[in-house]
Design a protein around this ligand. Structure first.
Ligand SMILES: [Zn+2]
Length: 44
């Protein structure tokens, strides 16, 4: 899932699966839906 995080007075959106950071929430969500990550058995 996507986690909202604050850094340098800006809001970032982090893909919890792989740790990638996005400045745009929709981009993060879009990425997250396609991100398989390293562990498909991750707790839901
Ligand atoms: Zn990802």
């Amino acid at each position: 899932m996507v986690v909202e995080t604050e850094r340098d007075n800006a809001t970032w959106y982090e893909c919890e699966t792989c740790g990638l950071l996005f400045t745009d929430e929709s981009e993060a969500v879009d990425h997250e839906t396609q991100c398989d990550g390293d562990d498909p058995s991750y707790i839901q």
